[in-house]
Design a protein around this ligand. Structure first.
Ligand SMILES: *[C@@H]1O[C@H](CO)[C@@H](O)[C@H](O)[C@H]1NC(C)=O
Ligand SMILES: *[C@@H]1O[C@H](CO)[C@@H](O)[C@H](O)[C@H]1NC(C)=O
Length: 265
């Protein structure tokens, strides 16, 4: 009988405990309250194994705040809840609480995020029939695991950061909503305007190709110009030897031919 009670106890503990996720913004604040408790006699909050705040009237009527929580944390003596302000990314982690010297089964996970402060749509790629848009969003430190939603005419399209638009849809406006648990930012573009613009990397490539083209045409032009100038000098030299050899053999023939012609005339 005693064994059965213990088995029930161990089954019940994991079922009753849970993890509460609290999303908060950098520089913002968060309030954590012991789950299922309305009044406390004594209370101790911990972050991992480190004490955050403590109130135990059998030792002191004063609330004690520890470490870097001093100056930005308050503890409510009645309810046992704490409020931490001026949150930083380093405050993210798991808190636990002891009420009246009993460790409560629930855990409190604080996730501190930076607000999304910039969202931009640019062209990632395009072909004859498709244009690929890329939504880029950032938080102030660049740290970001953001969620993306593409919307056209109020209709959900995709959860990817990329969106492929067919050329027949270029006249529509597309909205990207970049968000994290504490903030979101949207921006809207006409696909036509983004997709018609050349890629950023294309501009230097075009400039380089154009320069090579100009230099090439210039070089060919210069070669042709030089060749035209030297033609009168070169050609007679070539023709001269040819003509000379012809003349050597031809001259007697020519003369004799002339004689033959004269004699026949
Ligand atoms: C953007 O996304 C967030 C998070 O999903 C949502 O709360 C917000 O209403 C959205 N904004 C718009 C304009 O759709
Ligand atoms: C906190 O953010 C997570 C996603 O990281 C989300 O699943 C959860 O619903 C959010 N909680 C609250 C209370 O907004």
């Amino acid at each position: 009988m005693k064994q059965q009670v213990w088995i029930l106890f161990f089954l019940a503990v994991p079922l009753c405990s849970s993890v509460q996720v609290h999303n908060a913004t950098v520089n913002g604040d968060v309030t954590l309250s012991p789950v299922g408790i309305s009044t406390v006699r004594s209370v101790v909050w911990k972050f991992g194994i480190d004490k955050v705040a403590e109130f135990d009237p059998s030792f002191s009527e004063d609330v004690k705040i520890f470490g870097n929580y001093r100056g930005r944390t308050t503890l409510d003596k009645e309810t046992g809840s704490i409020t931490i302000s001026k949150l930083t990314l380093e405050d993210s982690g798991t808190f636990s609480v002891e009420v009246d010297s009993v460790l409560m089964p629930d855990l409190y996970r604080l996730e501190v995020h930076e607000a999304v402060n910039n969202v931009d749509i640019r062209k990632a790629d395009s072909s004859n029939s498709l244009c690929e848009l890329l939504c880029e969003a950032k938080t102030s430190s660049g740290e970001a695991s953001l969620n993306y939603v593409w919307i056209k005419n109020g209709q959900f399209l995709s959860h990817e950061s990329h969106l492929t638009v067919s050329k027949s849809d270029l006249s529509h406006s597309y909205t990207c909503n970049a968000s994290n648990p504490v903030s979101w930012k949207i921006t809207t573009v006409k696909a036509k305007e983004i997709c018609k613009a050349p890629n950023r990397w294309l501009i230097p490539v075009v400039v380089v190709l154009a320069s090579i083209g100009v230099i090439g045409i210039g070089a060919v032009g210069w070669r042709l110009y030089q060749n035209r100038d030297s033609k009168p000098d070169d050609d007679p030299a070539v023709n001269g030897t040819g003509a000379g050899s012809n003349r050597d053999t031809g001259a007697p023939n020519g003369e004799s031919g002339g004689l033959v012609d004269k004699s026949t005339v």
